[in-house]
Design a protein around this ligand. Structure first.
Ligand SMILES: Cc1cc2nc3c(=O)[nH]c(=O)nc-3n(C[C@H](O)[C@H](O)[C@H](O)COP(=O)(O)OP(=O)(O)OC[C@H]3O[C@@H](n4cnc5c(N)ncnc54)[C@H](O)[C@@H]3O)c2cc1C
Length: 389
């Protein structure tokens, strides 16, 4: 007999396994990530020791099966990990997010058995992955990409430049999208597994950013980069499908990152409101501040329900594209407004780098931009709304 909770299945009720996993990541985030946040943000550099710790915790291969060195967990668990890390540091969350929801996710679904055997154990053990779609002239219009791949013997030669590639500074494996047949338009786009050491491959300029500063964002230079044909992932010309379908899932991870940011900001603001005294009492005793905290908590809960629902739909094999777009769109807005209110609750202190709310606010901004800017999410949602009878 299922328990009442199992029968009702509230979205936020975790199974025993999920709850244990969440508690372990929360502890790791508090003990291992927390003390490094300020220094990593100031230096705009991800601590290599922390990266090793993240691998050792198994957080870089949450969904990968155990036979490849992974945890054999669910996509929902990956979202839980991203949320827990983002409540402390959104950059640490992004490293885990890209690895799980984009790179390993795509390899699990599209790579050949031989490619899985070659790359999944490395992605689980010590190799950071990156996802390279965007170019200077191809952002929202991603399929306008100009990187070309030309066949020569048992190799392809890749030529072009990618921009904005997360984790590129640390990464050893890159999923690179290039066009093998420009006349066929987007139907020429092909996905390549590119190792950092391949001849003609170079990581270029690193961006100096407003937020998620410890997460590296770099240009990639492909100058006659030689990629063996055995490193084409999926069918040639089907890269567009890999890109769309992976990003549909990936944006649930960004939603999770955004609810983590909102939670982190709310927790800090609540603690401060209880402690800060003005007019002879804690500011949490003023109804104006209480209502702020109430709105922040309500917005966060609504965003969490959207994110959890999208992740659970994905795990259940049910359609989730519109739900994922809604989750990312809404959660990114909530992260920004909650973090902004948190800055105000801290008053003058909130405007300084000594205050965690300041960083949550800066980090929140990226949610409305990457893995499809807000207008792109609205287009996806609108399409589904208009299709409904
Ligand atoms: C920190 C960071 C990390 C990133 N990481 C990665 C990564 O790992 N891999 C990767 O491939 N890419 C990555 N990106 C790229 C990111 O996905 C793109 O920046 C994003 O898709 C937007 O593209 P764009 O910057 O060219 O903006 P544009 O496409 O030029 O958009 C500019 C504005 O125009 C609006 N707009 C564009 N087209 C339309 C339209 N049809 N209707 C209405 N409005 C429209 C947009 O909503 C936006 O507000 C990253 C970006 C950043 C900033």
């Amino acid at each position: 007999m299922p328990t009442a909770v199992e029968a009702a299945r509230p979205l936020t009720a975790l199974s025993e396994e999920e709850a244990m996993f969440q508690a372990a990541v929360r502890q790791f985030a508090r003990e291992q990530v927390g003390p490094r946040v300020r220094e990593m943000d100031d230096a705009a550099r991800f601590d290599p020791g922390l990266l090793r710790g993240i691998f050792e915790m198994g957080l870089m291969a949450i969904e990968s099966p155990e036979e490849y060195g992974g945890q054999g967990g669910s996509f929902f668990q990956a979202a839980l990990a991203v949320e827990e890390l983002a409540a402390v540091d959104a950059s640490a969350a992004l490293v885990v997010d890209v690895q799980n929801t984009l790179v390993a996710n795509a390899v699990l679904r599209w790579a050949s058995d031989e490619q899985k055997r070659r790359y999944l154990p490395r992605l689980a053990a010590d190799t950071v992955g990156a996802y390279a779609l965007s170019e200077a002239g191809a952002g929202s219009d991603a399929f306008a990409l100009a990187t070309r791949a030309t066949e020569s013997g048992d190799e392809y030669a890749l030529n072009g430049r990618k921009v904005w590639i997360s984790n590129a500074h640390e990464a050893g494996l890159f999923l690179v999208f290039a066009n093998i047949n420009p006349e066929a338009g987007y139907r020429g786009i092909t996905c390549f597994l590119v190792e950092r050491g391949f001849p003609g491959f170079q990581v270029g300029k690193k961006e100096d950013k407003l937020g998620i500063r410890a997460s590296s964002t770099c240009e990639l230079i492909l100058d006659n980069c030689r990629v063996p044909k055995s490193n084409v992932m999926g069918e040639p010309g089907k890269g567009y499908k890999i890109a769309i379908e992976t990003l549909n899932e990936g944006r649930i991870g960004i939603g999770a990152q955004m609810i983590g940011i909102a939670r982190g900001a709310l927790d800090q603001a609540r603690a401060y409101a209880r402690e800060r005294r003005q007019f002879g009492k804690a500011i949490s005793e003023f109804q104006g501040v209480q209502f702020d905290l109430a709105r922040m908590a309500t917005d966060l809960e609504a965003a969490r329900l959207l994110v959890y629902n999208a992740a659970r739909l994905r795990d259940a094999g049910m359609p989730f594209t519109a739900e994922a777009a809604m989750a990312k769109y809404f959660a990114s807005r909530v992260a920004e407004t909650v973090a902004s209110r948190a800055v105000e609750i801290f008053g003058g202190v909130g405007f300084t780098k000594d205050c965690p709310a300041e960083k949550f606010y800066r980090d929140s901004k990226i949610g409305a931009i990457y893995e499809g800017a807000t207008n792109m999410q609205l287009l996806t949602i609108a399409r589904q709304v208009l299709e409904r009878k």
